[in-house]
Design a protein around this ligand. Structure first.
Ligand code: GUN
Length: 376
């Protein structure tokens, strides 16, 4: 994997770059649509490619390990082939899902024993077996196994957990060195910074992670319920320490405003379920603010879904029709809203990139943040 920094904003810490892997070039800043179980919910791969056009999507080790199970993905020749997606994929390690989804779990130095949220069966994730599973899934970028602490989190717990995440990182790296690629393309490995909302811990963790010398670095444990200001403060602490010549991935973030603010702090990569999950509940993100399409006020509004027309659904359907689809609970409503939201998120990061390259990112960002704060 290769990262090239193309431009740095002079009035913020925003950067524009490219990440190149064997599955192509990723222009950064990038938003990665979440495809948890081998599908970006509600969108065909063809629409994803032609209409939304992300250079990379995300998959989840936790979910794919439980279903369809690692051996099936391996038999298919890896996740790219299994799901018919020939661009980049990143897999999260399960270090978040195991805490947020499994019925109960026991965290020990060795690893995490958890109960499946699907059938109640017991499983164990260790840094070693999570590396093996991610080798079998075959994403282009794979993540370290970590513990994502909740918010709020007691200082001593956060500190102990951060040190365990660091020891787990060493085990991930040692184990990766012993395993080989399962397919004919490379895999890049990203370690994850933890440390809850404590500046001194974040600083320590960023130093430890930077020292690992990986080709890219990630920030975890944020967007777990803390106020946005605390999230930004933590991003600021760690981007000061992380090497400039490696991509920085802020995991699980966030709203369109969170994304722009974190780009301004030097983040290059994002993922979040928000555009897809909220779409299925009738929430649309636009440059003018958010819309609850289920609201009665749209009942007879025959204007386009979004007159900016980023994707075809924006101009081919009206707000009144989309509201009707939600009222009668038709699948097409969720599909239209998902395509709209993902189209908007990808437009937003591409536009951010353009403004970084043009040198007027800061002014554009401040204006967008103001506009997007509206509820329409
Ligand atoms: N997704 C969102 N936050 C996190 C985190 O802290 N760790 C991992 N592995 N994934 C995440």
């Amino acid at each position: 994997m290769k990262f090239e920094l193309k431009a740095k904003d002079t009035q913020s810490k925003a950067r524009a770059g490219t990440v190149t892997t064997d599955h192509g070039v990723i222009e950064t800043p990038i938003f990665m649509p979440v495809g948890t179980v081998g599908t970006v919910k509600g969108v065909h791969q063809r629409e994803l490619k032609d209409d939304i056009n992300p250079d990379i999507i995300l998959g989840n080790t936790y979910h794919l390990y439980l279903r369809p199970q690692t051996h099936i993905i391996e038999k298919a020749g890896g996740l790219h082939k299994f799901m018919n997606w020939d661009r980049n994929i990143l897999t999260d390690s399960g270090g978040y899902q195991v805490y947020s989804l499994s019925a109960n779990r026991k965290i020990k130095e060795e690893g995490v024993k958890f109960k499946s949220h699907i059938d109640g069966s017991y499983h164990t994730f260790t840094p070693e077996n999570v590396m093996e599973i991610q080798r079998s899934i075959g994403a282009d970028i794979i993540m370290a196994f970590d513990e994502c602490t909740p918010y709020p989190c007691d200082y001593n717990y956060a500190k102990r957990s951060m040190h365990m995440t660091h020891r787990w990182l060493d085990r991930c790296i040692n184990h990766l060195e012993k395993t080989s690629l399962k397919y004919d393309y490379n895999q890049a490995f990203f370690p994850i910074i933890q440390g809850s909302t404590y500046k001194d811990l974040r600083k320590q963790s960023a130093e430890y992670i930077a020292n690992a010398g990986a080709v890219g670095n990630a920030i975890g444990g944020l967007s777990v319920g803390e106020p946005a200001e605390e999230m930004y403060a933590m991003t600021e602490v760690v981007t000061e320490i992380l090497p400039e010549d490696k991509p920085r991935y802020l995991m699980g973030v966030g709203t369109p405003i969170n994304i722009l603010e974190n780009i301004a702090l030097g983040i290059d990569m994002f993922d979040c379920v928000m555009p897809t999950r909220n779409a299925r509940n009738g929430m649309l993100f636009t440059a003018q603010g958010t819309i609850n399409i289920k609201n009665k006020k749209w009942e007879a509004d025959f204007s386009p879904v979004d007159d900016m027309g980023i994707t075809f659904v924006d101009t081919e359907y009206t707000k009144a029709y989309l509201r009707h689809l939600f009222t009668v609970n038709e699948l097409l409503g969720k599909q239209i809203a998902t395509i709209h939201n993902l189209g908007f998120y990808l437009w937003l990061v591409r536009e951010a990139r353009k403004h970084i390259l043009a040198g007027d990112f800061r002014t554009w960002k401040d204006q967008m943040v103001k506009q997007m704060d509206n509820r329409l």
